[in-house]
Design a protein. Sequence first.
Length: 383
Amino acid sequence: MKIIEMKCHRTTMGESWLTETIVANPMSIYPEYKAKRSSWYGRMTSAVVEVILEDGTSGYGFVGGAKGEAAASVIDEQLRTLVIGKTVFQTELIHEQLTSASVFYGRGGLAQCAISGIDIALWDAKGKVLEQPVYNLLGGKTRETLKIYYTGNDPAALRDFGIKDMKIAIPYGPADGENGMRKNEEVVALARETLGPDAFIALDVYMAWDVPYTLRMFDRIRQYKIEWIEEPVQPDDYEGYATIRRRVDTMVTGGEHEYTLEGFRRLIEGGCVDIVQPDIYRAGGPTALKKIAALAKAHHIKLICHGIGSPTYHFQISNGPELTPFVEYIDIYRHATRDWVLSDDPRPVGGELTLESKPGFGYGLNSVVFGENHEDRCVTPIW
């Protein structure tokens, strides 16, 4: 089944607690950019790739990175010409060619986000052609439901979803000194008090700390039984990751901002992480994540994808619970515009998430967002 056209739908992303509250990040060291991520990230835009087959079938794939307009320019200018004319079943060849053709300006980042959206769209279209959910194409369900942990800063929100496990988006970093450490500890202590002594609590640091700060901070919060520390340092600081992992008595995780198989190899073989966390919208789509999963399994570490949405969950449910024991749910809708770019966005009920058996990923373009005036509408941001 040949691909006859490829489009990139774009729209502006809205605001939420992720963009408008204090959440530690690499720019937190600069006072003028500390209060909210939107102060330095600029205009966030969303892009959805649409591949159209000769029988009229369309497949859709979300582009990660919140720079949809920029990714769309890469797709429109170059990548689409390498996809049109091939068959929808040539996902491996298309992925290899797109990676090779963008290597002189890509090797990750924006180019890989664009490739991810294309790959996801191809898998969605394949599922529709074969009248199968994508998880069946990836190996089939390994369980009927997925156990969920929640990412956010409001422990009370867990009641809405019946979730007992929480990852805190940590608010402060080295530039905030002892006062910031105290406030971080207060956030963790509140979560422990609210959730109880046996609940799972992890910390999402979002690349905002360094090795000395992480070690000092962990000494203060060890008493609260922390499950893991996520992305404590910048993605390329492999030695920093390994040092922290050797010196704390909890798990260290990362990979949300890795984009290539080589990067994941260095994380895993370098002893940097206990759990690797690729983002399907940034690290190359299902075609690439299958290889990352094999790498993780060969080294006996866990893989828990960063992010939400049907592609993420279809991929994870096709891997066994020994590799992926639970998955993430980021509450992107709290205090945010409720529209999302794709329909049928799965959400947890009673602490678990169930996937339907619709062909492909089971979604389409959200007609509310992508109507005649879709450029003027905002959608909920996803990081």
